[in-house]
Design a protein around this ligand. Structure first.
Ligand code: SF4
Ligand code: SF4
Length: 92
């Protein structure tokens, strides 16, 4: 299961810099997609991004459900960004 970014994200980009498969993309337009998002189909679950986040806004999908149940909808949002949102096109 992939890692997931959720509501606490402050968009500093630290996670995207370390992802070995470059599957973390800033949400655009920001009003509609306010966080960075992880492509669940490409994430290899290496965990490199999680310790880089200054606000603890990245968790493995399974942990998100148990430790942050109020944010469980974030899993769908990360996937949606790449399916119905701009996805990799937002990288510019
Ligand atoms: S867990 Fe690894 S592959 Fe997945 S988004 Fe984080 S750095 Fe990228
Ligand atoms: S490191 Fe954390 S706060 Fe920064 S863009 Fe990534 S998820 Fe958002």
């Amino acid at each position: 299961m992939p890692h997931v970014i959720f509501d606490l994200c402050i968009r500093d980009g630290a996670c995207a810099e370390v992802c070995p498969v470059e599957c973390i993309v800033p949400g655009q337009p920001e009003e509609e997609w306010p966080w960075f998002y992880i492509d669940p189909d490409t994430c290899i679950d290496c965990g490199a991004c999680q310790p880089e986040c200054p606000v603890d806004a990245i968790r493995p999908e399974e942990e998100l459900g148990t430790e942050f149940p109020e944010y469980v909808g974030a899993t769908q949002k990360n996937a949606d960004f790449f399916k119905i949102g701009p996805g990799y096109a937002a990288k510019g």
